[in-house]
Write a protein of this length. Structure first.
Length: 199
């Protein structure tokens, strides 16, 4: 483990954004690593904005639970357009693990607002001096959970691997869903070794 680590996770309701953060929180507890987990939900229905902020490696009571703009080490996004809401929180050199799923808000569906494409998202991340790790939705088999796949990629391509080993995360996943542990662990492993796209 090395120092402190801030994670800003975004997506929409129904994608399992908070589950990613739950797993990291449990893994930290298992290893005795200080962590603060601060979730925020948008609209209650499926498709509402969801974010979570995790701060690893700090003593309790010595810091704010909120991540300041320009200070996150890792951005994990489960939805393409929601990534843009998180860019201002990433520090220079931050890793961005982005699953390019699209969930169009009402304004877009009604033709009142544009939906960003992959190039726009990639350009904004580059302008913020971030490092993009893009996951194409088409590469995820239909029987695999996107959040566990994305978590696997985040563990492989960020400093998360300085805090947690792969086996430790797999144990958390197995303990949480014992009846489907084989398929869930296979999904996590697939994300861990997933081919990343260049945008």
């Amino acid at each position: 483990m090395s120092g402190c680590f801030d994670i800003y996770t975004v997506g929409v309701g129904g994608q399992g954004v908070l589950t990613i953060s739950d797993i990291i929180t449990l893994a930290a507890a298992d290893k005795g690593i200080g962590i603060n987990f601060f979730p925020t939900k948008g609209m209650a229905q499926r498709g509402g904005f969801v974010k979570a902020q995790l701060r690893l490696g700090r003593e309790q009571g010595t810091y704010s639970p909120s991540i300041s703009e320009g200070s996150a080490d890792l951005i994990v996004s489960m939805e393409l357009s929601e990534t843009l809401k998180a860019v201002r929180y990433g520090k220079r050199g931050a890793d961005y693990v982005v699953l390019g799923l699209r969930w169009q808000p009402t304004a877009v569906m009604l033709g009142k607002a544009p939906y960003p494409d992959e190039k726009q998202v990639a350009d904004e991340i580059r302008a913020a001096e971030g490092v993009l790790h893009y996951l194409a939705p088409a590469d995820i088999p239909g029987d695999m959970r996107g959040n566990l796949y994305t978590l696997g990629a985040a563990c492989a391509h960020s400093r998360l691997n300085e805090f947690f080993d792969k086996d430790g995360i797999e144990k958390i996943i197995a303990d949480r869903w014992p009846k489907v542990k084989e398929s869930n662990i296979a999904t996590f492993r697939a994300g861990y070794s997933a081919p990343l796209k260049t945008l």
